[in-house]
Design a protein around this ligand. Structure first.
Ligand code: BG6
Length: 484
């Protein structure tokens, strides 16, 4: 072992969540319906028809949940605001009761010296905007988003320092428009790139407005990043990995951090006639908006080889990818339109073990990811998600999740190594604080430090039970990561 640097003194040891996955109370106190309410209510869309109607009922357990965070010694808590709680129709009237809920949450956090990290958009677009404007396919939604942001910036500018604009834009656009497994459930690649561009503009507008209204705060997007490995040292495979990196990572990160699209990929999309419509004013706007930090969600990277088409029959059998992992999915839709298809082929890594959900476990990839992103963009990094989904079992009222401790321990070590390498880091939010709804996988895929007594068949007691990992993380925080 090399001698590792200490974590910075004010390092934000945190945990994360998202509104739809925890809150429940989906129609309470004036909340409007979101596209996820509608989507989960439509039969066949989610695992056993599970919804976030009640979720883990955080809406009614707010004080109890924050008390547990305080007990753990958490320094930061990342949560998202449900847009339709604040503005039920997405635009127009503001719902004070919705604002009050987050006011209470932020107040409780502050009281317990926990830094709130507020995500503006974690996938739950108000249904009204989907119905009226086709959601992110229209620039009208940018206008609505800006107003919603303004309401939150003004309400919480003195109490919230860290803000996240969009959570995993790469994932929700791909799932929503390429694979058709998230709302709006389309398989239309041209629309995907168009909507993605509009979201980039919304991101830039939000950042610029924030800098005007909250000059002391810090804001950035949270991106689902994974390093791309070539399967072999064959230059053909290496080229495939360079291509995949452009399609999977640079396409988003370059826009966020450099204010422009990567030349190679843009050219491919233009040739295939699926490039978004980018005006001069758009280019200017993208250039003008600069995030203060980069949020990185890390679960794993990906391995590719050359010549996707020829390998397709072979990989069609490898259905070990997760439903929320667009990069490991093989294209079914719009193949003719997808310029990347002949450029690389996603395969399973022969070197890495997998979780029981088929996700590769790759802590070294985490160090690589942090190094790559920092080297390229030189923005401080806030890890806004990282964790292990597993089927925990309650034994005599306890959860012995040694596998989760091992996973987190290895990833924290990799992060400490990255810090020692020189990467500038703000904090780390494990996914997740409590167990919660895993969008398409129901409640059995558990990520939390705190077990929730509910499952896919019912809400049960909703009792909160700290797992072994709770105590373990509590100690890590108390020692500021010294023992890692
Ligand atoms: C990220 C999302 O993609 O991964 C979270 O930001 C999500 O909301 C997490 O829950 C884990 O994914 P999954 O599919 O295992 O729940």
């Amino acid at each position: 072992h090399q001698q590792l640097d200490d974590f910075p003194e004010n390092f934000l040891w945190g945990a994360a969540s998202a509104a739809y996955q925890i809150e429940g109370a989906y129609q309470e106190d004036g909340k409007g319906i979101s596209i996820w309410d509608t989507y989960a209510h439509t039969p066949g869309n989610t695992y056993q028809g599970t919804t976030g109607d009640v979720a883990i009922d955080h809406y009614h357990h707010l004080e109890e949940d924050v008390a547990l965070m305080a007990k753990m010694g958490l320094k930061a808590y990342r949560f998202s605001v449900a847009w339709s709680r604040i503005i039920p129709d997405g635009e127009g009237t503001v719902n004070e009761a919705g604002l009050d809920f987050y006011r209470r949450l932020i107040h409780e956090l502050r009281k317990n010296k926990i830094e709130p990290v507020l995500t503006l958009y974690h996938w739950d677009l108000p249904q009204a905007l989907q119905d009226k404007y086709a959601g992110w396919e229209s620039r009208q939604t940018i206008v609505a988003f800006k107003k919603y942001c303004e309401v939150l910036f003004k309400a919480f500018k003195d109490d919230v320092k860290y803000w996240v604009t969009f959570n995993e834009q790469n994932v929700f656009t791909s799932m929503g428009y390429r694979w058709g497994t998230h709302p709006p459930k389309l398989k239309n690649i041209k629309k995907m790139y168009e909507a993605n561009h509009i979201i980039n503009l919304a991101n830039a507008e939000a950042i610029n407005l924030f800098h005007e209204l909250v000059p002391k705060g810090l804001i950035g997007p949270s991106f689902g990043y994974g390093p791309v490995y070539p399967l072999t040292g064959d230059p053909q495979d290496v080229l495939a990995s360079v291509n995949a990196d452009d399609f999977n990572n640079n396409w988003w990160l370059d826009v966020y951090c450099r204010g422009e699209y990567p030349y190679f990929m843009l050219k491919q999309l233009q040739k295939a006639k699926i490039a978004p419509n980018i005006t001069e004013a758009d280019r200017k706007l993208l250039k003008s908006a600069k995030p203060d930090f980069l949020g990185i969600n890390y679960y794993h990277g990906g391995t590719v080889q050359t010549n996707r088409l020829e390998k397709q029959a072979e990989t069609a059998n490898q259905k070990d990818f997760s439903a929320t992992d667009p990069y490991l999915m093989q294209p079914e839709a719009d193949q003719a339109q997808s310029p990347e298809i002949p450029m690389f082929n996603s395969v399973s890594s022969p070197y890495l073990a997998k979780t029981e959900w088929g996700w590769e476990i790759d802590p070294i990839g985490f160090r690589i990811a942090l190094r790559q992103v920092y080297e390229k963009y030189r923005l401080p990094i806030f890890v806004t998600e990282n964790g292990l989904g597993a089927m925990d079992k309650l034994e005599d009222g306890q959860i012995h999740d040694s596998y989760r401790i091992k996973y987190l321990q290895e990833h924290l070590l990799a992060m400490k190594e990255a810090i020692t390498d020189g990467v500038e880091m703000i904090g780390y939010c494990a996914w997740s604080f409590t167990d919660l709804l895993s969008w398409l996988n129901g409640y059995r895929k558990r990520y939390g430090f705190v077990y929730i007594d509910r499952d896919d068949n019912g809400e049960r007691t909703q009792q909160r039970i700290p797992k072994d990992s709770f105590k373990w993380y509590q100690k890590i925080i108390a020692e500021n990561g010294k023992q890692i």
